[in-house]
Design a protein around this ligand. Structure first.
Ligand SMILES: *Cc1c(COP(=O)(O)O)cnc(C)c1O
Length: 376
């Protein structure tokens, strides 16, 4: 039998057995009280994770479907300022180019947001701003609250990708002035891939574009969600909703503050291991930015080859992520989101430490010991 691999990726993440079993059942009608109750349970828990009292919908599609829904419903033909300091910021920029007049507010991946350039765009009339809260590709957490304030000041709509922060880190969509917040199922929720969640503010509803897309028409989602029982406009991925409900119940049982604290502790452990090894975290942060508490991006030491190191780790049954695009070979990333706890972190760090040595780098100190100090 092939042993399953431990995925320590920034999505997809391992799915708790309870969540997997929830979808192993006979089909149910998606226009039924039973399905309506499943959808409602999910939305109730998700609103706490989003920090919102706004409308919230679940779309059958990966996180990117949520990103496209946001841009296509409120950004069409608008001036859109897209903050880019990593791969997913760039994705929002590319989506925005398809629908509106997109302006890139760029800084190097993993470096602080260019706030001056953003202010200039807002002064020049940007109507919509896009931001990735936790930029997964670079392991940097961007100052969403600060950017929300700027959007309010200039009366621009604020789209925030919270795909690797929501349900794993503090997110206060309403307090921060987020108009559409987005997340995906296979990241901090520890559910199967294939669902996207979006919250929509009253300001966003007031400024909906005239010609929305068909499948991703948020007004259609609102109308169906208002039915009794609660529904989606088209047939949803029902098994994924069943699994997601279980994942949400687990979040409720753990408690969101405890869940966030656990994520912080796990990433602290990874960060202290990197420090003990004498390696550098990739992001360049200032006082407005922070290291991600759901994914840690670490620079490869000179001479260590990405494919060799991650290959050696995989041989030990564990999968971590490399860098994307121009960061390929330059960084590796350890995801610590979802249901992750001390045993997985310690095993991963032991494997990484061994692989570093095997690939020619002598760690300065014992990273596993440092992490155990944080976790113990
Ligand atoms: C994973 C991720 C996405 C993309 O989600 P998919 O589910 O792969 O479509 C978008 N933004 C961020 C920040 C992510 O981490």
């Amino acid at each position: 039998m092939e042993k399953e691999l431990l995925l320590m990726l920034p999505g997809p993440v391992p799915i708790p057995e309870r969540v997997r079993l929830a979808m192993a059942r006979q089909a149910i009608n998606h226009r039924s009280p039973e399905f309506g109750a499943v959808y409602a349970d999910c939305v109730r828990v998700m609103k706490t994770a989003f920090g919102t009292a706004n409308d919230l919908f679940i779309i059958s599609g990966s996180g990117t479907a949520g990103m496209e829904a946001a841009v296509a419903n409120i950004g069409r033909d608008k001036e859109i300022a897209c903050i880019v300091n990593g791969k997913f910021g760039e994705r929002l920029y590319k989506i925005s180019q398809r629908y509106g007049k997109a302006h890139e507010v760029k800084s190097e991946w993993g470096t602080p947001v260019n706030l001056e350039a953003l202010k200039a765009q807002l002064e020049a009339g940007a109507q919509v701003v896009t931001l990735v809260h936790n930029e997964t590709s670079a392991g940097i957490k961007n100052p969403a609250e600060e950017i929300g304030k700027l959007c309010r000041k200039h009366d621009a709509l604020f789209i925030m990708d919270g795909i690797t922060s929501i349900a794993g880190d503090v997110v206060e969509s309403d307090k921060w002035g987020v108009d559409i917040a987005i997340t995906g199922s296979q990241k901090c929720f520890a559910a199967p891939a294939g669902l996207a969640m979006v919250s929509v503010s009253n300001r966003a509803w007031e400024r909906l574009c005239k010609n929305p897309p068909y499948y991703l028409d948020l007004a259609a989602y609102r109308k169906s969600a208002g039915n009794k029982p609660m529904e989606t406009p088209y047939t949803p991925a029902v098994p994924l909703f069943l699994a997601m409900r279980e994942a949400c119940l687990m979040i409720e049982e753990e408690g969101l503050p405890a869940r966030i604290a656990r994520h912080q502790k796990m990433s602290n452990a990874v960060q202290s291991a990197a420090k003990a090894w004498g390696l550098h975290l990739f992001p360049k942060i200032d006082k407005l930015h922070a290291f991600s508490s759901t994914v840690t991006a670490i620079e490869y030491p000179v001479g260590v080859k990405d494919d060799e190191m991650r290959g050696a780790i995989k041989k030990m049954g564990i999968v971590i992520a490399g860098g994307q695009d121009h960061l390929k070979g330059k960084i590796f990333r350890i995801g610590s989101m979802g249901a992750v706890s001390a045993p997985e972190i310690l095993a991963t760090l032991a494997a990484v430490q061994h692989a570093l040595k095997k690939c020619g780098y002598t760690p300065k100190g014992d990273g596993v010991e440092a992490a155990a100090g944080v976790l113990g």
